[in-house]
Design a binder for this molecule. Structure first.
Ligand code: NAD
Length: 528
């Protein structure tokens, strides 16, 4: 770990109101220079080996996880130990031991710690972003947005912690002093996905610890390097050993065993519908030695739709759809994967969209193109399989191929039109740069198509008619609805994030209800 100056002590006494971290403007030469320097620094650190960290102690395993750069799979980003079932007990013991002291620290103390983490990440934000460029193929702006969201989560949850610290019983009975305290739950298992490897991983972890819980963090095997960098920042900020235990490992064996452990109090998971449902099932079963109902906080997949009405500002809708569908190669749970077009504008809209999509630049994210690779070979093959299916079920408008002559996992931005409601590409989450286009007879039909999947994460409507927009608020059943704007890019505090139906438990990360999921309320009535 590089030697850096110790982060400053931060007091919550003079805390300013929460403000979102601004995006870095890379058109400014000093910012572009900083990013290039960070990419160069991180490049020099690629390929190193990192230990498990359990109870502050470092250890190695015989099995390893190799994290590869999806733009150049021959380039190893980092080598990680692979925790197995034998590591579950030591990790749980370390987290339980740390819980004894950490759960009794004050909300203020924990908020100050999390603010210090936010400060340290802000100081090293280009480096934080650079790891994401190499490890998951984010371009500069996408990586920066992930870093900014990480800082926002930290600061927002610190503010929320201070709010919960002042909670009190809403009613005071005569002759009593009545209290309401929010107290921590216990040991949480944090299982993030690879696609927001900074913000979601850090957000679930920081919400856990600011609430007084301790954590076993099992990062995705596609993005352990970013999690390791984050954990090294927690260490620099002097987090007591065992509060966060860093344990990369296979989801199916190690992750499963963590979820099943009797001392696991809750699981904070973000990932696919299949894995989320499996975790829910395993967690529901009481095992010997378990004295609580495990809480599950599950954020899962999406099949998000943008509806464009004939009365919409078409150019603005084309831009919004292109950015929502192909930003970070469509690998966002919020990405637009269905475009529902009014029949009157169907052909003209598709012509404009094709022209816009064909301007998207594709390349090595280090060089900051519009779009980079998809995350790994398995994902690329699955996406290409969907495209083959789509060619038969619909009409290919643009894209449709793996990019020839590149070592990395590059898939062209692909638009497939004339797909029918209920068809495979219209229903299943693809998680890649593939947009399914469906024709709607009218607005009733468009809303019916939009709501007709098992998901309910994000959605958008473009229309010049306020009545239609108001109707979408009532009838478009998604956790995050956007009107006359793109359906990606949720901002902490402004757009608390989480979905309905099979998109998850609607946890609303970055919102005022989130920390309640990591706490339990204790009521005390004292006779005076
Ligand atoms: P995934 O479900 O394959 O993996 C997520 C995590 O679960 C990984 O850390 C993985 O190792 C772990 N895991 C796998 N099997 C497990 C098991 N049996 N027990 C315990 N842990 C296990 O998802 P992914 O490919 O990493 O991420 C993409 C998915 O995440 C997409 O479906 C996307 O929509 C979803 N996602 C949702 C949100 C949201 O807020 N709703 C945000 C980001 C991503």
């Amino acid at each position: 770990m590089a030697t850096v100056e110790a982060p400053p002590q931060i007091s919550t006494r003079d805390l300013q109101p929460f403000k979102n971290e601004p995006a870095v403007d890379f058109s400014r030469p000093e910012n572009a220079r900083n990013m290039k320097a960070a990419l160069e620094k991180v490049r020099g650190e690629l390929g190193r080996e990192y230990d498990l960290v359990i109870g502050g102690k470092r250890s190695k395993t015989s099995d390893k996880i190799k994290s590869l750069n999806p733009a150049h799979p021959s380039q190893v980003v980092g080598i990680f130990q692979k925790a197995g079932k034998e590591h579950v007990e030591p990790a749980m013991e370390a987290a339980q031991k740390a819980f004894q002291a950490w759960s009794h620290t004050s909300w203020q103390e924990r908020a100050e710690f999390v603010l210090k983490v936010a400060h340290t990440i802000r100081e090293r934000k280009f480096e934080f972003s650079a790891w994401m460029v190499y490890e998951v193929g984010k371009n500069w702006a996408e990586a920066d947005a992930d870093t900014a969201e990480t800082i926002d989560f930290a600061e927002f949850y610190a503010h929320e912690a201070l709010r919960l610290a002042t909670a009190d019983a809403p009613v005071q009975l005569p002759g009593e002093r009545d209290y309401l305290f929010y107290i921590p739950l216990g040991v949480g298992i944090v299982i993030p996905p690879w696609n927001f490897p900074g913000a979601i991983m850090a957000g679930m972890t920081l919400a856990s610890i600011v609430s007084g819980n301790t954590v076993i963090l099992k990062p995705s095997s596609d993005s352990p390097a970013i999690a390791r960098f984050f954990v090294s920042i927690l260490e620099e900020c002097c987090l007591p050993p065992g509060v966060v235990n860093f344990c990369p490992g296979a989801g199916g064996s190690f992750g499963d065993a963590l979820v099943a452990h009797p001392k696991t109090r809750y699981i904070a998971f973000t990932g696919s519908r299949e894995v989320g449902l499996h975790i829910n099932k395993v967690a529901a079963e009481q095992v010997p030695g378990q004295i609580w109902i495990k809480r599950t906080i599950l954020e899962m997949g999406g099949k998000d739709a943008i509806i464009v009405e004939a009365d919409a500002d078409i150019d603005s809708a084309v831009e919004g759809v292109a950015v929502s569908a192909f930003g970070f190669s469509g690998q966002k749970c919020s990405a637009c994967s269905r475009l529902i077009l009014h029949e009157k504008i169907y052909d003209t809209f598709l012509d404009k969209l094709k022209a816009r999509v064909e301007k998207i630049t594709l390349g090595d994210p280090v060089d900051n193109p519009n779009m980079g690779p998809v995350v790994n070979e398995g994902s690329m093959k699955s996406i290409l399989g969907y495209i083959e299916h789509g060619r038969k079920d619909g009409r290919l408008i643009t894209g449709g191929e793996r990019v020839a002559g590149k070592e990395g996992y590059f898939v062209q931005p692909t638009v497939i039109a004339d797909l029918k409601p209920k068809s495979k590409l219209e229903q299943e989450e693809i998680f890649g740069p593939v947009l399914a286009v469906i024709k709607a007879r009218d607005y009733d039909h468009a809303l019916e198509i939009a709501n007709d999947t098992e998901f309910g994460l994000t959605g958008a409507v473009y229309s010049g008619d306020d009545k239609k927009l108001e109707r979408a608020i009532r009838e478009f059943h998604v956790g995050n609805l956007y009107l006359n704007r793109k359906c990606t890019g949720a901002i902490v505090g402004a757009h608390p994030f989480g979905g309905f139906n099979m998109s998850g438990t609607d946890s609303k990360a970055g919102g005022p209800d989130y920390l309640l999921l990591f706490t339990q309320a204790k009521s005390v009535g004292k006779k005076l």
